[in-house]
Design a protein around this ligand. Structure first.
Ligand SMILES: Cc1cc2nc3c(=O)[nH]c(=O)nc-3n(C[C@H](O)[C@H](O)[C@H](O)COP(=O)(O)OP(=O)(O)OC[C@H]3O[C@@H](n4cnc5c(N)ncnc54)[C@H](O)[C@@H]3O)c2cc1C
Length: 767
């Protein structure tokens, strides 16, 4: 062991009491200071800040108190990170140190902990990670740098490569081979190597972005004391995998803050560069907004699971892949927004925003390589989360959760609701049963509808005094998702939409009738932008309606129609109800064979008027959100069912002597299907959680609906592809999913239009 033990405030348990006050005082003092200007000043300030935090005993919120941490519970840790992120304090200048720290805390000897942890926290000593070698990247277990025991020392010979911050590092934590040569993980040990040891040669490498952040390192018979071994000799592979559970969870939150800030900067760049009205750019902006929300929604669910003492499981590996590709997408767009500025190097005079976007674009090429490539992440999702067979012929592990089911365990009430509905729906939705509806364009499964009514649908989220069950919109979304998953041949979504319009209009009797089991449909023309309110509407002349509306989902089986029209005399919008018996409904053939659609001919009908004028505009505005959440939830169900079918098939179909799921062309496709299906689920559920008056409610519904409607089509298309010929047959359910997804995609306006509106809303907020 190298001499130089430090003593100081980290010795002995820290007192968690009063940490908030101590941190607040520190943050307030920081806020009053002038900001450092040059990179050198910034680096010095970051180091000084770390020392101040250590002195105030607030530098290590998640570490155990025995090593000087605050040992805070997760909720307090989240508060801690919210406080420090909001204050914009400098980050630790050597983040890699937080990879070795948990390892030392769990496996280090008392001497090692005492020697290393405090200087590490203070950034007085810097660390680099020596894992990768020229011949061992993704396949780290094939590393060959040797450490041969010689009395009380090891003699290390070999080479490491792409070692970040190696040139400034005082120490390296390295994986070395102490056992026989080969790929065996049993002969690998975890060693702490002083970087100033004789025989070490650090040769900086220039990266693609022009920087010198990493290096290759040559070891020529470097002598390292045996007491620098962490854990047992030969146990380095498992030692390497150490992490402190809570810290991993809180890392989610830190990323979220960072990405949100970056996305806002890209929106601001759009305005500055004059692209705010460019519709192609607005699509890209909306995708980026979708990405940051998907990450936030996934993280929130993972955190929630940790708070409930559950393993966040597969969500963590999905998030890693999503984040790395999101970083690239974000910077690709930002660089695009610099216009012809993209021709300049980031250091050039005149580079937009000091060249940060060009630099970021080049630098984020590494996002999908470092710390496990995107392909390795897809392997992990396919093999460890979905339970597909190993691509290296190493068998099959059980799936983390049944494919298609929520990756994070839902709360108790939601889990119970899903289970009951899942079972009830299954007995009505065998493939043959579903296919039989194709010949009945004006019919639905009344038995199933009755079961859903008994269960509390469609009034699940309505107040009890209106005949509803008083549940949350989130629970309703989960229920609709289950119906979509089962391809339930009932007019649930059309009825929910009409019901919401009735509720917003205060049509209490009609609301009660629907809660009691009446089916309903909202008669309104729909174009790419959504509900139409122009001269394509039916007209009200005196007391009578005239005109017709085609392609009304659910109309052929509706007991109650809600009609939007324009009054001839006043030009005002009116909402009225009508009984199907009073109008002519001509069934059309729906592309979705589990649903009905038809033309409603209104000539001469006398509706009961339930709202008019500005009130109608308010009602439509308010009802649109529930309509989007319900439709999107149905698509989430469809996407996840398509995923489940595809994974099931990939795990049983053999070609060329192997299960097709062991081919990465198939397994990576399945991984991407999971990412989109689960990502849209997280977004739709979180969009359902906003209160109706929350400023975010509408924006998040637009973004979530666009993501879910497109995801369902894409995942269903891929489901057919993974099935090959059998997936293209009428008897196989894959086409039923694609058909339902396709119909949903246009039922309330196209996803492109939803995205455009969402991008416009974010831009308006910033300008
Ligand atoms: C900016 C940056 C910083 C880094 N910092 C460090 C550091 O500090 N310390 C350190 O030890 N390492 C570091 N690395 C190295 C990094 O961990 C490796 O680059 C990474 O693990 C990939 O290994 P490789 O480069 O050898 O690529 P390879 O493993 O050779 O991969 C080449 C291509 O083949 C694909 N591939 C490989 N195996 C499979 C498979 N089984 N299935 C499907 N596709 C596969 C990969 O996805 C990739 O597309 C850093 C890398 C970068 C880019």
């Amino acid at each position: 062991m190298v001499e130089g033990s430090t003593t100081g405030p980290l010795e002995g348990p820290a007192a968690p009491d009063g940490w908030r006050e101590r941190l607040t005082a520190l943050l307030e003092a920081y806020a009053k200071r002038p900001r450092p200007k040059t990179p050198k000043e910034r680096a010095e300030a970051a180091r000084a800040w770390q020392s101040e935090m250590v002195d105030a005993r607030v530098a290590a919120p998640g570490w155990p108190s025995a090593v000087g941490g605050l040992e805070l519970g997760l909720e307090d840790q989240l508060d801690y990170y919210r406080m420090t992120s909001a204050a914009g304090v400098p980050k630790h200048p050597n983040p890699i140190a937080f990879i070795v720290a948990p390892t030392l805390i769990v496996y280090g000897t008392e001497v090692q902990k005492k020697r290393f942890l405090e200087p590490l926290l203070r950034a007085d000593e810097r660390w680099c990670q020596g894992f990768s070698e020229p011949g061992a990247g993704s396949d780290l277990a094939s590393l060959s740098t040797k450490a041969v025991r010689d009395g009380d020392t090891y003699r290390v010979t070999g080479q490491k490569i792409w070692t970040t911050q190696a040139a400034e590092a005082d120490w390296m934590f390295a994986l070395v081979r102490t056992g026989p040569a080969g790929r065996g993980t049993a002969g690998i040990s975890y060693l702490l190597i002083p970087m100033n040891s004789p025989g070490i040669d650090v040769r900086p490498l220039r990266d693609a972005a022009g920087g010198h952040h990493f290096a290759e390192i040559f070891f020529d018979d470097v002598v390292v004391p045996v007491e620098n071994l962490v854990g047992e000799e030969g146990s380095g592979w498992s030692v390497m995998r150490t992490s402190l559970g809570h810290e991993r969870a809180t890392a989610f939150l830190a990323d979220e803050f960072r990405y949100r800030g970056l996305v806002d900067k890209v929106f601001a760049l759009t305005i500055d560069q004059g692209y705010a009205d460019n519709s192609l750019i607005r699509q890209e902006l909306a995708y980026v907004e979708t990405g940051v929300r998907a990450i936030a929604a996934n993280s929130a669910r993972a955190l929630d699971a940790v708070l409930r003492q559950q393993d966040p499981g597969g969500v963590a590996s999905v998030n890693r892949l999503v984040k790395s590709e999101f970083e690239q997408q974000l910077h690709r767009l930002a660089q695009r927004l610099t216009g012809s500025g993209a021709a300049l190097s980031n250091r050039s005079e005149g580079a937009v925003d000091g060249g940060r976007w060009t630099y970021g674009y080049l630098m984020t090429r590494a996002s999908t390589i470092g710390a496990g490539t995107a392909e390795i992440q897809r392997n992990a999702i396919a093999e460890q989360v979905l339970g597909l067979p190993s691509h290296r012929g190493e068998g099959t592990r059980p799936a983390a959760v049944a494919p298609g089911r929520p990756l994070t365990a839902p709360e108790e009430d939601e889990a119970a609701l899903r289970e009951v509905l899942h079972k009830a729906l299954a007995s009505h939705t065998g493939t043959e049963q579903l296919l039989s509806w194709a010949t009945k364009p004006a019919d639905y499964d009344i038995g199933l509808w009755d079961e859903l009514i008994r269960f509390g649908l469609p009034g699940l989220a309505l107040p009890e005094d209106l005949g509803g069950a008083g549940a949350s919109l989130r629970l309703l979304a989960a229920a609709v998702e289950e119906a979509g998953y089962a391809l339930a041949p009932v007019p649930l979504v059309p009825t929910l939409i009409a019901l919401e319009v009735l509720r917003q209009a205060g049509a209490v009797e009609a609301v009660r009738a629907v809660c009691d089991g009446a089916t309903a449909a909202f008669v309104v023309p729909v174009d790419d932008g959504g509900w139409v309110v122009d001269d394509r509407l039916p007209t009200l002349d005196g007391t009578r309606l005239s005109g017709s509306v085609e392609r009304v989902p659910g109309a052929p089986v509706a007991d109650q129609l809600v009609v939007l029209a324009r009054e001839n005399a006043t030009g005002e919008l009116v909402l009225g109800t009508a009984k199907p018996i009073e109008v002519e409904i001509v069934p059309q053939e729906s592309v979705d064979v589990t649903a009905t659609i038809g033309t409603v001919v209104l000539d001469g009908v006398e509706p009961e008027i339930i709202a008019r004028g500005a009130e109608v505009t308010r009602i439509l505005d308010a009802a649109r959100r529930l309509a989007q959440v319900a439709l999107a939830a149905d698509s989430v169900g469809v996407a996840n069912r398509a995923l489940a079918l595809a994974v099931d098939w990939a795990g049983q179909r053999e070609q060329f002597g192997h299960l097709i799921g062991s081919y990465q062309a198939i397994s990576h496709r399945c991984a991407d299907m999971l990412v989109r299906a689960e990502g849209s689920r997280a977004q739709v559920l979180s969009a359902a959680e906003f209160g109706p008056d929350d400023a975010e409610a509408r924006l998040s519904a637009d973004i979530a609906a666009a993501a879910a409607l497109d995801a369902a089509v894409w995942v269903a298309e891929n489901c057919i592809q993974i099935h090959g010929g059998i997936g293209f047959t009428w008897e196989h359910p894959a086409h039923l999913l694609l058909r339902r997804a396709t119909a949903n995609q246009v039922a309330l306006g196209r996803p492109e239009n939803l995205r455009d509106r969402a991008a416009g809303a974010v831009l308006a907020r910033l300008s």
